[in-house]
Design a protein around this ligand. Sequence first.
Ligand code: NCD
Length: 316
Amino acid sequence: MRFDHRHLLGIAPLRPDEIVTILDLADQYARFNRGRDKHANALAGLTQINMFFENSTRTQASFELAGKRLGADVMNMSLQASSIKKGETLIDTAMTLNAMHPDLLVVRHPHSGAVELLSQKVNCAVLNAGDGRQEHPTQALLDALTIRRAKGRLHRLNIAICGDIAHSRVARSNILLLHKMENRIRLVGPPTLMPSGIQDFGVEVYDTMEEGLRDVDVVMMLRLQKERMDGGFIPSEREYFHRYGLDAEKLSYAKPDAIVMHPGPMNRGVEIDGTLADDINRSVIQDQVEMGVAVRMAAMDLLARNLRARPTEVMA
Ligand code: NCD
């Protein structure tokens, strides 16, 4: 089992065999999490700090639970309210925390590249919990595990990623991962929500759901990231739902056993019909949440093994 990284900053630096290593270990943790005794020791003695510079409910809760189930001491910091407002920079905050000797730092930040910058300044392992529009590696990994469990494989599948691609780090990390694992990826959405230079990603681009969903195995919906928009991207939410919102009729273009995914939080009635999102015969949205905890346990376990293999830096 090889995983040669100090940090988990994105999918881009990972090899396919390392992705498989994380998913295989996460599968074991998924089984463990369904048992009665949910306490293990892989992170015992280690301190995990969750630094969220952007609102998050599920990702933060998922990392917190993952750390606690593995025996870490976990601390949560929501930073938009505290010292950031006082003008302290990202690096100042990181250095302050670094002086408290954390072992794992889980960071979400609204600016692309901020988490990587921070990783260069601290002595601990850094996990990217979402940076701007760039990467959200644990989301792509939990999506991959959900797909692998539902479809029995993670290669040669037709996968449609639909909606607000331009503002989405989830889309970017998923494209990188699914491409590395040799799937066929389609991006479906209005041209205003497609990033520029999308042709270089090795994907097919469609602007209607009817064409884009034809015969796909997986339909991955994305949230309309209204907070990242400054107007003019969509005519109206009603019109958007009519053209791009996933409902039973549009899903009928896909394969009869196609699964429906969404990273949450959902805008029901905007990008997805609420009844379909709750239909456990088609929707694996709750499985995604479940796999999220397992994947984060696996990622932190692997990083901790690498941490423990390094000599401790003892201060004189
Ligand atoms: C995603 C995110 O924050 O990038 N959500 C999440 O991790 N639960 C997707 C989104 O906000 O739409």
